[in-house]
Unconditional design. Sequence first.
Length: 325
Amino acid sequence: MNKVLPSILKVLGKHEETVIGSREISRELKLMGVTLSERTVRYYMKLMDERGFTRVYGKEGRKITEKGKQELSKALVSDKLGFVISRIDTLSYLTDFDLKTMKGKVILNVSYIPERHFHEALKKMKTVFLSPYTMSDRVAVAAGGQVMGEALVPEGMIALGTVCSVTINGIFLKSGIPVLSRFGGLLEVEDKKAKRFVSLISYEGSSLDPLEIFIKSGMTDVAGAVGTGEGKVLASFREIPAICIERAYKTAEELKESGIGGIIRIGEPNNALFEIPVGMDRAGMAITGGLNPMAVLEEMDIQAQTKAMSTLYEYSALVPFKSLL
């Protein structure tokens, strides 16, 4: 089976309870870095119908079958490796947020929080949104039965979309600064200052987002970091070409003036940053994790289902976090 068919099956698998058409499939494939016209998608869907991987539901579209789910589960591990880094590159390219107009698409992490715990969750997250360890104080909200991005919010849940740090990759790219995403990690905070990375997972070759792993492993202490100034926050380590350093400082300042945070520090060319060495003629850049608010919920036993780099979203449609309180 070629690589296109597993990608289509992944999309159908995400919507296994609903019928989905070729237009929607084509749109979601683009977010995965696979560009296919609706006509080409229909061609592949017919092949999958013949193999029993999908079932036709009139003109509305198709659903994945049990045989299709089994085929998807048998996909080679090697096909899955590198998914995170490829998604980072794809979404960075698709981001078109304009710092001057404050309009355009940014990348959102989407978390599903039980409706009965939503207001309690907001109170727990408040200190994080007021701290330096959040990307933006603007969020998206959708109730059960509504849609956020391409996903239908389950009944009984409320979706909260937070700005993903990969948005910075996209903004830098549009400014002519290529960004290499190297690690997701835990950044230790002492006396209210970021000191060093204490755990790292490489994005290269990983099929899971490193920050999601740290959250579920109970390794964060974001509440301590934003409360007492002692703890561990989610952050990522990236590199930029040394020749772009002045432009990077300027873009970072423009981000701050526009109300978008995230950049903790840009290092000096050829020098380690937070004890992490960089490549020749490159500079390190530490960026706060967009999932820090969700880490606090996990620390305080409020269960939420979180998907990093979930969707593209119009920034001007976001609302201030404080308006939800």
